[in-house]
Design a protein around this ligand. Structure first.
Ligand code: C5P
Ligand code: C5P
Ligand code: C5P
Ligand code: ZN
Length: 455
């Protein structure tokens, strides 16, 4: 059953689709600006596929973060329709000054005090954001889902797989697909463009040998094995399971042994996986697809990420090598956390790095570190030095959200205080601040978390 709030969001997305159709019919090149993670890349991939199928043209730019200066830059070109996906809701003011129609398909919180329903004379701005309709944009729909809804009028149900791949990448499936994500799943299943099956939920299962596949699995955590290649190899040897086969290459006996042993460590390791049928093996599992895209994104290989989604596979082997490296970098990151832990304050904790490889995975391992019990359950900041700026990523848990923590609000307000910028979700948010304000920023965030919890 579709709820009333969901219907309002679907109607808003239909308005976006009508606007898109109008511009495609006029032959306008659609300007797409999207985020560099799996969610943002699939958002761009969905719009690109839909526009191509509808006979239109597009031009994509992928960005790690959207700054007002990026938006201003766009005004130098003469595009008639701009699409912002998985970003934009934090930059409404500068977007309203663009000379052209706009679609924003974003699930980030709109900063406090800003009216999300912007209206400007002489042009259309269609803001497709779940928060406007009181829908949880952290759990129930991601940028890719909103992009899917925004091209829904074309009935390209084969894009449902990309919609869920992005949502998976944003970790919206911790308790299975919910809300709008569930609606998209049901539509995909009904149209045979998505298939659910019961399987071991191992990461990278179609591209990495079992020892690595098990080691690189963090959702769910396999106690003693996640993040520990040596222990995983000993475990496999003890049970006579070959470490250098892929999961599907195991004999039925080997598979049964592995399944039972892993279930005895964590029963959640066996359950529903979501797959895209009739696609290359490496892309069939949406978890692996999202990791592949994240790996491309972290290495700024955006062309590879988009062309793979368009069914062009020239860069597939290269993307797979990035995926493999991403897994080992993440594992090194877990070793780093095991070795050095975090620096604890009263209500928060932080890690700091200047290392290029560590910067790619700091946010992810800070969150996995809490899940693994290596770090306490307090909001965590990852501070990454970039010349005279510091890039901040913050992560927390459902438990802290229930206590009142909202990192999106804190990153936005605390960074503004030091002439920086920031925003995001309650559970995961980011900011950029001047490097010389590091300690003041940490102190302020610590106090703001205390305030949110006490309130
Ligand atoms: O930029 P974007 O919205 O796509 O990213 C969402 C971020 O929130 C991701 O980094 C994702 O891992 C994080 N997240 C999280 N825990 C959740 C849900 C999302 O850390 N439960
Ligand atoms: O930076 P971000 O929060 O997006 O990193 C999230 C990524 O880290 C996920 O896509 C996933 O690969 C991994 N992760 C995980 N389990 C967690 C936290 C992160 O698998 N608890
Ligand atoms: O960069 P990072 O993965 O830590 O960002 C976490 C979340 O906060 C993402 O959803 C990102 O899009 C969002 N964010 C934001 N504004 C910023 C920085 C991050 O909305 N300035
Ligand atoms: Zn997103």
């Amino acid at each position: 059953m579709i709820q009333k709030q969901q219907l309002y969001l679907l109607n808003r997305a239909d308005e976006a689709c009508n606007l898109l159709r109008l511009h495609i019919e006029k032959g306008h090149v659609v300007r797409i600006i999207s985020h560099n993670d799996a969610d943002g890349l699939t958002s761009a991939g969905i719009f690109a596929n839909a526009i191509k199928k509808a006979g239109g043209k597009f031009h994509i730019t992928i960005l790690p973060r959207l700054r007002d200066s990026n938006v201003k830059e766009l005004n130098k070109s003469r595009y008639k329709l701009f699409i912002f996906s998985d970003m934009g809701s934090g930059n409404l003011e500068s977007i309203s000054k663009l000379k052209g129609d706009v679609i924003i398909a974003d699930h980030h919180q709109v900063p406090e005090g800003v009216n999300p329903e912007i209206q400007v004379d002489n042009k259309e701005i269609i803001h497709v954001n779940p928060h406007i309709f009181n829908i949880d944009g952290t759990k129930e729909v991601s940028g890719s889902g909103l992009s899917y809804l925004s091209v829904h009028g074309y009935e390209y149900y084969e894009l449902a797989g990309l919609a869920l791949t992005g949502a998976y990448g944003d970790m919206q499936f911790k308790n299975g697909p919910q809300g709008i994500n569930k609606l998209i799943l049901d539509e995909g299943v009904a149209n045979n463009t998505l298939v659910m099956k019961n399987e071991l939920k191992l990461a990278y299962a179609n591209t990495q040998t079992l020892d690595k596949s098990i080691t690189y699995t963090y959702t769910p955590i396999i106690n003693g094995l996640s993040g520990d290649l040596e222990k995983t190899r000993i475990f496999l040897e003890e049970h006579d399971i070959p470490k250098d086969k892929l999961l599907h290459q195991l004999s039925p006996e080997e598979y049964e042994t592995l399944k039972n042993e892993l279930i005895s460590i964590n029963e959640d390791i066996y359950g529903k996986i979501y797959t895209i049928p009739n696609i290359r093996n490496e892309l069939t599992n949406i978890e692996e697809y999202s990791n592949l895209l994240n790996a491309c994104g972290k290495n700024k290989e955006y062309t590879a990420a988009i062309s793979i989604q368009m069914g062009k596979y020239q860069q597939m082997e290269y993307a797979k090598s990035l995926l493999s490296k991403y897994g080992s970098t993440m594992q090194n990151g877990i070793e780093w956390i095991k070795r050095e832990g975090s620096i604890e304050k009263e209500n928060i904790q932080y890690i700091y790095t200047e290392d290029k490889e560590q910067k790619k995975i700091a946010a992810a391992v800070s969150s996995i570190g809490i899940d693994l019990g290596l770090l306490p359950d307090k909001p965590i900041l990852s501070l990454m030095k970039m010349d005279n700026l510091i890039k901040v990523s913050s992560r927390t848990t459902d438990n802290m959200i229930e206590k009142g923590v909202n990192l999106g609000v804190i990153m936005n307000q605390a960074s503004n205080n030091f002439n920086g910028s920031g925003g995001g979700h309650n559970i995961a948010a980011g900011a950029t601040i001047p490097a010389n304000q590091k300690d003041n920023f940490i102190h302020l965030v610590d106090e703001m978390v205390e305030y949110q919890i006490k309130k």
